[in-house]
Design a protein around this ligand. Structure first.
Ligand code: TMP
Length: 207
C-alpha cells in the first residue's frame, strides 16, 4: 500500500509506523534505491531553478522504474507486504496537475515506469494548509518542492483530490490533522477494513 499527501501531511511518519506494525518492507520515492538517491538530489536541489517540468517528470519516472524493479517487485515476490511513501499518485498531483503537464500524460509515463504495478490501497492524508505550513517551518531548510509557494501547494492538494475522486476503489482520503496517535488510529481502521491481513500490492493498472 501507498501513502500520499502534500508537504507536512505526516505521511512519512505514518508510513513508518504502519510498516513497523505490519512487519512490512518500508520504502519511499524519490530516492528508495542508490540510483534513485542520486536522482533525488537533482530533483530536490534548490539550485536547480532551471529544471524543466518535463525533465522533472521523467526523472521521477526514472526513479520509479528503478525502485519498482530493484525494491518493490522483489519484495512482493518474496511474499512481503510493502508500505511505500509516495508513488504514482505523487507524479499525477505534482507533475500532472500542479506543473500542468496533464494527468493523463503523466499516467502514461508512470504506467511505463511501473510496468503495470499498482498498489492495492492508497491512503491520502490531508491537512489544512496552515497546519502543513506550521509542520514544515518546524522541519528546517525547505527543498525545491517545499519552497515552491502556497499556490503550487494548493494545486497539488487539488490534484490529489481529483485523482482520489477518480479512483475511489483504491484511494481513501483521511484527515491527517491531530496527534500522530490519532492519525495512526484512523489509518489502522481503514487499512484493516480494506485489506484485512496486511498492506499488499497487486499488479495491473496505472495509479
Ligand atoms: P518527500 O519530501 O516526501 O520525500 O518527497 C520529495 C518531493 O518530491 C516532494 O516535494 C514531492 C515530490 N514528488 C513529486 O513531485 N513527484 C513524484 O512523483 C514524487 C514521488 C515526489
Amino acid at each position: 500500500m501507498v501513502f500520499e499527501g502534500g508537504e507536512g501531511s505526516g505521511k512519512s511518519t505514518q508510513a513508518r509506523l504502519l510498516a513497523e506494525r505490519w512487519n512490512a518492507v518500508l520504502s519511499f520515492e524519490p530516492g528508495g534505491t542508490p540510483i534513485g538517491a542520486r536522482l533525488r538530489e537533482i530533483l530536490l536541489d534548490r539550485a536547480n531553478t532551471d529544471l524543466e517540468p518535463r525533465a522533472e517528470a521523467l526523472l521521477m519516472a526514472a526513479d520509479r522504474a528503478q525502485h519498482v524493479a530493484a525494491v518493490l517487485r522483489p519484495a512482493l515476490n518474496r511474499g512481503k507486504d510493502v508500505v511505500c511513501d509516495r508513488f504514482v499518485g505523487s507524479s499525477l498531483a505534482y507533475q500532472g496537475h500542479a506543473r500542468g503537464l496533464g494527468v493523463d500524460e503523466i499516467a502514461a509515463i508512470s504506467a511505463f515506469a511501473t510496468d503495470g504495478l499498482v498498489p492495492d490501497l492508497v491512503v491520502l492524508l490531508e491537512v489544512p494548509a496552515e497546519e502543513a505550513q506550521r509542520r514544515l517551518a518546524a522541519a528546517g531548510k525547505p527543498d525545491r518542492f517545499e519552497s515552491a509557494g502556497v499556490e503550487f501547494h494548493a494545486q497539488v492538494a487539488e490534484g490529489y483530490r481529483m485523482v482520489a475522486a477518480h479512483n475511489l476503489d483504491r484511494w481513501v482520503v483521511l484527515d491527517g490533522s491531530g496527534s500522530v496517535d490519532e492519525v495512526a488510529e484512523r489509518i489502522s481502521a481503514v487499512v484493516e477494513d480494506r485489506l484485512g491481513s496486511g498492506p499488499h500490492a497487486v499488479a495491473g493498472g496505472v495509479s
